[in-house]
Design a protein around this ligand. Structure first.
Ligand SMILES: [Zn+2]
Length: 67
């Protein structure tokens, strides 16, 4: 799947591929809690490059790119 963030198409910084698998990870690590960050228990969206498996993290969910 292709995605965009704030209107810009997301391209892998490692291999320039533009197709990703979307998943979610919780941001509730002990380190984040220790520092009192208010997003510590929020979910982040991750996009895993389908070619090289590089992971890109997003605090707001990227939109699907629908041609
Ligand atoms: Zn890649």
């Amino acid at each position: 799947m292709r995605f965009r963030a704030d209107g810009a198409m997301i391209v892998c910084p490692c291999c320039r591929n533009d197709t990703f698998d979307k998943d979610y990870r919780q941001l509730n690590s002990r380190g984040a809690t220790f520092f009192g960050l208010d997003w510590a228990n929020r979910n982040a969206t991750i996009l895993v490059c389908q070619r090289c498996t590089h992971i890109a993290w997003f605090m707001s969910e990227p939109e699907r790119w629908d041609d």
